[in-house]
Design a binder for this molecule. Structure first.
Ligand code: NI
Length: 151
């Protein structure tokens, strides 16, 4: 495994739409492991492949309950609202409040190629929405409803 360079706001790649993954190969599995290592090294809880410069629809998340690897994640249901103060490894030093659904249902493919459904709420729902936004070239700063003064 290796720590990869994080792409930072201002880098045009962060605004691009990532591509669907159709082929789960060794290269992809290494990418996912490297994404996790990069996320842990930077004290993050979620990371999208585009943040290490790869335009593939891959996301890793670890909220302290073990690593998750999601391919082609899509929100298929959302419910309720919550406001959460978010940050992002690609937008260092900035936090801000974003309105998100309280609960989401996400479909994705696991690393064995099986279709999965994940139901999540609270922080996990925020994290899933934030990472899926990355796959569509969206950053949390696009949706801030109130800036944190600690910037
Ligand atoms: Ni982010």
């Amino acid at each position: 495994m290796a720590i990869r360079n994080l792409r930072i706001e201002g880098d045009a790649i962060l605004r691009k739409k990532s591509k669907e993954i159709n082929n789960i190969d060794e290269r992809l599995l290494i990418l996912l492991d490297d994404m996790l290592e990069t996320m842990y090294a930077n004290d993050g809880i979620g990371l999208a492949a585009v943040q290490v410069g790869v335009l593939k629809r891959a996301v890793v998340i670890d909220l302290g309950e073990g690593p998750m690897k999601l391919l082609n994640p899509v929100i298929v249901m959302q419910e309720g609202e919550q406001i959460f103060t978010e940050g992002c490894l690609s937008v260092p030093g900035k936090n801000g409040e974003v309105l998100r659904p309280l609960k989401v249902k996400v479909s994705y493919k696991d690393i064995d190629g099986n279709e999965q459904i994940l139901e999540a709420e609270n922080l996990m729902a925020v994290c899933l929405c934030h990472e899926i936004d990355h796959l569509n070239g969206v950053l949390f700063i696009d949706n801030i409803i109130e800036d944190d003064i600690s910037e």
